[in-house]
Design a protein around this ligand. Structure first.
Ligand code: DGT
Ligand code: MG
Ligand code: MG
Ligand code: MG
Ligand code: MG
Length: 269
């Protein structure tokens, strides 16, 4: 077929192919969630319904898109890591990022009711920004995930003390902020423990560590009805190994997680 005279405009498209051998990380972050969480009456500092919905949406991203080996989320953000050998969408950054962002956003809306029920309707369409970052080594990728998990820890400790001072200590938000100025992690732990009898270490792991999603093979047993030659039906148990996305709320900064799940990362050489 002859090319139209308009065809040349295609050459204006820029090449955004991600460098070979690198892990492709797409990080999403809720747009203006300060307002969104306020208007939808999210519990402070952490809303379990919201965390569940974030996780559910991230699982849908992993199940619907190809080659994501691990995802990590906390607060209003989620990072998705494509395997370094992925050739999905010819490694075009814009394609990968927009597919992740739109699959996540539509899932967030689609599953909203499952987590928030009828009492908290979705008041307006939320959106998520996305960015792509490439990491050339396992070391860099682990440091990236460690950075996000350290951020989760620092923010959660701060928010836990802050809202405890307000909700249980009767301080205003301004007074709580003043009280925490210049305090170190140990001071915050101490305020929680000595003034409110809260041991930060026993707070739920999902809040302290965030959520890590990975593919895992596990045995699953289901009961099936089988027709016997005699036309009788019989219930039998069938065990199959199934690969599914599983959530962990564990430390990813140390080596243990990576030693326990050696299939997530490919070798550096
Ligand atoms: P951005 O990302 O620049 O468009 O603006 P924001 O407002 O989304 O800022 P960001 O992403 O730095 O901070 C996340 C906001 O979401 C922050 O105001 C705290 C809020 N948030 C996240 N998870 C929860 C939650 O479980 N409960 C409540 N109450 N707020 C939450
Ligand atoms: Mg932001
Ligand atoms: Mg945000
Ligand atoms: Mg954020
Ligand atoms: Mg198309």
């Amino acid at each position: 077929m002859a090319k139209s005279k308009f065809e040349y405009v295609r050459n204006f498209e820029t090449d955004d192919t991600c460098l070979r051998n690198c892990y492709i990380v797409v990080r999403l972050d809720g747009r203006n969630f300060h307002k969104f969480t306020d208007q939808h009456k999210f519990a402070k500092p952490n809303d379990n319904r919201a965390l569940g919905l974030m996780s559910r949406s991230a699982r849908s991203v992993m199940e619907e898109l190809e080659d994501i080996v691990i995802a990590y989320g906390q607060s209003d953000e989620f990072s998705f890591v494509f395997k370094r050998t992925s050739t999905w969408f010819k490694r075009r950054a814009s394609k990968l990022m927009t597919h992740v962002a739109s699959q996540f956003s539509s899932s967030y809306v689609f599953y909203w009711k499952e987590f928030f029920g009828e009492d908290q309707p979705l008041l307006y369409p939320p959106s998520f920004d996305g960015r792509v970052v490439l990491y050339p080594s396992n070391h860099n990728l682990k440091d990236y995930l460690s950075w996000r998990q350290a951020d989760c820890h620092v923010n959660n400790l701060y928010n836990t003390v802050f809202w405890t001072l307000v909700q249980k200590g009767g301080l205003t938000t301004v007074q709580a902020e003043e009280r925490l100025k210049g305090t170190l992690a140990a001071d915050k732990n101490e305020i929680l423990f000595s003034e409110f009898n809260i041991n930060y270490n026993t707070e739920p792991a999902v809040l302290k560590k965030g959520t890590t999603l990975i593919w895992e093979k596990r045995d699953e047993t289901v009961t099936k009805r089988m027709k016997l030659p005699s036309a009788e039906e019989k219930e039998v148990e069938v065990t199959r190994s199934r690969r599914r996305v599983h959530a962990h709320h564990c430390d990813v900064i140390g080596e243990q997680f990576w030693e326990e799940h050696p299939d997530i990362l490919e070798d550096d050489n």
